[in-house]
Design a protein around this ligand. Structure first.
Ligand SMILES: C[S@@+](CC[C@H](N)C(=O)[O-])C[C@H]1O[C@@H](n2cnc3c(N)ncnc32)[C@H](O)[C@@H]1O
Length: 174
């Protein structure tokens, strides 16, 4: 029996045009509050037009993409959310991963030939995209799922917010 491969070579199916040249311009996760339009241009010459057949009926798609501006990874990272505390990278959505793959659900606004018009997303200009999959609420949404340390940080922030507001008002000059 032949040995199964242990490495995988990937080729982008396309590149995203977001106009965001620097990483801090891209959100940490898409917010949908911004009326933004981004374009995914699929590479010509691969029959991707046929591969897009039947996708137009989905209002959202998953993008699987390459954190191509990162060349290293870290086992622990300090996420921007909450107190400056190290977390295991697999417990975060950090770009500094052993396999630099990003996963983002985006709104699918229209398909024009090999161009997909997308809503808000967290990718910088020219990011290579490896795959597209339809977002299926019945499979992909689990609103009751636990979110570990993120829930704890959010709860703490909610508890702290009224107190820090009260402090601001009590220390304001009269
Ligand atoms: C926190 S990551 C989350 C990405 C994705 N939603 C996920 O969960 O895998 C989003 C950040 O990655 C950074 N980023 C975006 N495109 C990138 C790229 N091509 N290479 C490296 N970093 C990138 C931006 O700073 C952006 O704010």
């Amino acid at each position: 029996m032949s040995e199964l491969p242990t490495t995988l070579s990937l080729e982008p199916i396309g590149y995203i045009r977001t106009g965001k040249q620097v990483k801090f311009q891209a959100l940490h996760q898409p917010s949908e509050q911004q009326p933004e339009r981004n374009i995914l241009e699929l590479v010509p010459g691969h029959n991707y037009e046929q591969a897009l057949r039947d996708l137009a009926g989905f209002s959202r798609v998953w993008l699987i993409w390459w954190f191509h501006r990162n060349t290293t990874w870290r086992p622990q990272v300090i996420p921007p959310r909450g107190p400056a505390q190290r977390r295991g990278v697999f417990a975060t959505r950090s770009p500094h991963r052993p396999n630099p793959l990003g996963l983002t659900p985006v709104q699918l606004i229209a398909i024009e030939g090999r161009r997909l018009i997308l809503g808000e997303c967290d990718l910088v200009e020219g990011t290579p995209v490896f795959d597209l999959k339809p977002y299926v609420p019945a499979y992909d949404s689990f609103p009751e799922a636990c979110a570990g340390w993120i829930e704890e940080v959010d709860a703490l922030t909610r508890r702290m917010a009224p107190r820090s507001l009260a402090n601001r008002f009590s220390s304001a000059p009269r």
